[in-house]
Design a protein around this ligand. Structure first.
Ligand code: ADP
Ligand code: TZP
Ligand code: MG
Length: 263
């Protein structure tokens, strides 16, 4: 795990271009800003070439996808591939409708992504493995999460982050598990979207080592949440979200190293 990437990120302040959902767009923008990246959001296909040109990485979030956004994503994805800019795809609730599922498949056929980041239900759906996903939530299933993540990674030739109580990061062969975190992440809508955008920020500064970028993002966010919760006397999702933002700005490599629980 290369935690120096956090320093590099803060030094380079990479632009992360997000096609975000309208629910959590502000969490994503503020989270990226707090950690030391530079967010930009755009919903206009016409400016796709300019957005991709200035971006260090791109995060495509399928959360509230319109057909116009799908067209925008196709253009953005192809331009990003031509310019070797890494793309992170967040397949929000991909199992919840045929529309989402079809769109996700079509996008993944149109351009290559560096990382797919989703919860167990989303990654199992993309992998074609039986799972009872529940809307935006992971839902339930009894499959082996490592196998599910690996199947998805091999199917789409990319790094996969299957997040949850333990984050599984894999390129299909290598597997790292991040055991840090707190259940309070689940009480704040947007935790997953934030993680996806942070993965994108780290891919912007990791050369082409997207496996390394993804694990670093998972560990930094999970430890940050853990440190926030340590100070709280009761489960307060609102306070957690505010303090998470502050701590993302303040977190040090030493703190991450001290609490890291990976295998
Ligand atoms: N029960 C949990 N314990 C610890 N960390 C968790 C738990 N559930 C989710 N997380 C963390 O929350 C973040 C968002 O992941 P997740 O909840 O899987 O995404 P989504 O919001 O897309 O469903 C990740 O950093 C993950 O590690
Ligand atoms: C509630 C909701 N509906 C469509 S997108 C969205 C936000 C999903 O956020 P996350 O996947 O980070 O929990
Ligand atoms: Mg999600």
């Amino acid at each position: 795990m290369n935690l120096d990437l956090l320093t590099t990120l803060r030094e380079q302040n990479p632009i992360v271009f997000n096609i975000a959902n309208f629910v959590t767009v502000q969490d994503v923008a503020n989270g990226l800003n707090a950690i030391g990246a530079s967010p930009i959001m755009s919903a206009e296909p016409i400016e796709a070439p300019d957005m991709v040109k200035i971006a260090g990485a791109i995060c495509l979030n399928l959360g509230t996808l319109t057909q116009r956004q799908v067209e925008q994503m196709k253009v953005v994805g192809q331009l990003a591939n031509q310019q070797q800019k890494p793309i992170v795809l967040d397949p929000v609730a991909v199992g919840a409708s045929t529309y989402r599922h079809d769109v996700a498949q079509r996008l993944l056929e149109t351009f290559k992504v560096a990382v797919i980041r989703g919860n167990a239900g989303e990654i199992a759906t993309l992998a074609g493995i039986d799972w009872q996903a529940k809307g935006i939530d992971a839902g339930s299933g009894d499959g082996d999460l490592i196998k599910i993540a690996q199947t998805c990674a091999l199917k789409y030739h990319c790094v996969v982050v299957l997040s949850g109580p333990t984050d599984v990061v894999t390129d299909g062969k290598r597997v790292i598990q991040v055991h840090n975190g707190t259940p309070l992440f689940q009480l704040h809508v947007g935790s997953g979207d934030l993680l996806s955008s942070l993965v994108a920020a780290f891919t912007a500064v990791s050369g082409d080592d997207y496996f390394e970028a993804a694990q670093t993002a998972c560990l930094v966010l999970a430890v940050t949440g853990q440190l926030v919760v340590k100070q709280m006397t009761a489960d307060r999702p609102g306070t957690f979200a505010f303090e998470l933002l502050d701590k993302l700005h303040l977190i040090t490599i030493e703190e991450v190293k001290r609490l890291a629980s990976i295998s």
